[in-house]
Design a protein around this ligand. Structure first.
Ligand code: MTE
Ligand code: MO
Length: 551
């Protein structure tokens, strides 16, 4: 259970809960043109030539028609999962309430922000400071900085959504039902336009019985939802994964980069919501009872049963939001473990095998890099920092043949590599920087882990969000991959206090919270279960983050 004590209230239920949306004016203008241009054409055409003729749709039950039960079930589960995805997605969004089309996420370059705040320039303003509150009426679990739990829901539901699709789409093609939603002739395009001209002029075109066929516009819109919105949403989501971006840097470029993918993922959410509103309105206006019998019961009658069961289905979906809200606060650990039980095996078999290999240039280095985490308050760190870390000794021990204590000079003598890489914070922002330091592989070879050592734990001078030493763990296998550095430099300069002096971890196929800043000591251990609450790190213990965040 998440205790709602003063510390948690300050994070999740802050005094400042204002909600503001700002959109860049040029973006508003662009969208207005995109919406109004077709409307103006449709009004002009109707005014000059009258409403266009629409080919009648055959009512004869030739070819695939009707709604088999698998379509009715797929329809219900899509609705259930999509609503959960939207609601948990909103919680995730509010943890970094700004969207960009540029990978550096410099404040002021966003095209939309959901915060009334401007980033102050006269003091450190971390990404966590920037997180905003959202009401649990709209988001799952809502409140502020609940991204760990929100991600558990988002992933559990996306597996549900994908499985529904993996059953639905093959069945469409096996049963011939695909002909009802895939355009089969070019004449459908002008017919769809003609139908649009009718709607745009507030005139209902002749309505075919949906049991046998849809009008051309409806046909195309269903096609778009299944074969365009769904894959685009899923692939734009995957293009935000650090493991994907670091192994296949070209993939996110399909979406205009890592932040482009995030923006498109959000715009797809808006597209789903717009679709839902128009779809439900038209279902209601074109013979509600009959339409509900089609999709709920799979029959073509006009009795009220389908409508009643349909409302019951909607009530069930709303009930899942209430249950999910309750579960989020009462059983966050269980949710985290369910998510892990599904995700971890999949990620170990897929994303985790990729070795990072990024190619960014000096010109791509971000002019701004969001800081995150709580600056250490420990006296020894402050004194070490005052002495430029000349007296600092990194202790490396645990299950190793040769425990060592290394000064920064000793570490420098081990060699240096530099990589320009993209950082991904779980909250959503990214940034490109050049990191310099000794490869973790060199350190591992120096200390010679014993065969039982499978995990490396990094302990910080700093504290976690709710206090206690900040730590995180990595599998030994992962720190041996290329690009994993014990970094002492950022953009060619020694690490500053803010960015993790004297040492920080860089492990590019994972999210930012796995990269401990202000490293005090390193310990080789058997399993992450031996440290803290055993979930993999401070954020995993206290904020319900994933232990293996390749996404
Ligand atoms: N010690 C410590 N390390 C930490 C954190 C922290 O809170 N404490 N935050 C992590 C998170 S969430 C991120 S995104 C990165 C941020 O690194 P940056 O400040 O260089 O952007 O540091 C990670 N390392
Ligand atoms: Mo982060």
């Amino acid at each position: 259970m998440i205790p709602f004590d003063a510390a948690h209230r300050a994070v999740h239920y802050p005094p400042d809960r204002r909600f503001r949306v700002w959109i860049r004016p040029s973006f508003v203008a662009g969208v207005a043109v995109l919406i109004f241009a077709p409307l103006v054409f449709a009004w002009g055409q109707a005014a000059i030539f009258g409403l266009p003729y629409i080919l009648p749709i055959s009512e004869a039950p030739a070819g695939p028609h009707g709604f088999p039960l698998w379509i009715c079930y797929a329809h219900f589960f899509n609705f259930l999962f999509l609503m959960m995805l939207v609601r948990s997605g909103l919680s995730i969004l509010m943890d970094h309430p700004r969207l960009y089309f540029n990978d550096d996420c410099t404040p002021g370059t966003e095209w939309i922000r959901f915060t009334p705040l401007r980033v102050p320039k006269d003091r450190v303003w971390t990404a966590k400071d920037d997180a905003r509150y959202i009401s649990p009426v709209f988001a799952l679990p809502g409140y502020r900085h609940t991204i760990g739990v929100a991600r558990s829901w988002h992933f559990i539901d996306v597996y549900g959504f994908i499985v529904t699709g993996l059953i639905f789409i093959p069945l469409l093609f096996i049963t011939g039902q695909w002909k009802r939603v895939v355009p089969t002739s070019w004449t459908m395009l002008p017919q769809a336009w003609n139908t649009f001209v009718h709607y745009a002029n507030f005139h209902f075109p002749p309505e075919p019985n949906g049991f046998y066929g849809y009008n051309a516009l409806q046909h195309l819109v269903y096609f778009a939802a299944i074969f365009l919105f769904a894959p685009l949403s899923i692939f734009a989501g995957a293009a935000m994964s650090p493991a994907m971006v670091n192994r296949f840097p070209l993939f996110p470029r399909l979406f205009g980069g890592r932040q482009g993918a995030r923006s498109i993922h959000f715009l797809m959410m808006l597209a789903w919501c717009a679709y839902l509103i128009v779809h439900v309105t038209l279902v209601a206006l074109t013979g509600f009872e009959r339409n509900m019998n089609h999709i709920v019961l799979g029959t073509d009658s006009s009795r009220p049963l389908g409508m009643i069961l349909g409302f019951a289905g909607i009530a069930v979906v709303i009930a899942t939001w209430v249950v999910a809200h309750y579960a989020s606060w009462k059983f966050p650990r269980l949710l985290q473990h369910i998510q892990k039980a599904i995700s971890q095996p999949i990620r170990l078999a897929t994303l985790n095998r990729f070795s990072p290999s990024q190619r960014y240039t000096k010109e791509q280095i971000s002019p701004y890099f969001w800081p995150n985490g709580k600056m250490p308050e420990r006296e020894d760190w402050k004194q070490l920092s005052a002495g430029k870390f000349r007296d600092f000794k990194l202790r490396v021990g645990g299950l190793v043949e040769t425990p060592v204590e290394l000064s920064l000079l000793d570490i420098q003598a081990l060699g240096k590599e530099e990589h320009i890489t993209m950082h991904h914070c779980i909250q959503g922002w990214s940034g490109i920087a050049q990191w310099g330091g000794v490869p973790m592989k060199t350190l591992v070879e120096l200390v010679k882990p014993k065969p039982s050592a499978k995990t490396v734990a990094f302990f910080s001078f700093g504290e976690g969000l709710y206090g206690g030493t900040y730590y995180n763990t990595q599998s030994l296998e992962n720190v041996l991959k290329p690009e994993c550095l014990l970094a002492s430099e950022m953009n060619g300069e020694p690490l500053t206090e803010e960015y993790g002096a004297p040492l920080r971890l860089r492990v590019e196929n994972q999210l930012g919270y796995k990269m401990v800043k202000w490293i005090d000591r390193i310990e080789f251990i058997e399993s992450a279960k031996q440290v803290g609450e055993g979930e993999g790190g401070t954020n995993e213990d206290d904020e319900y983050f994933d232990e293996l965040p390749n996404i």
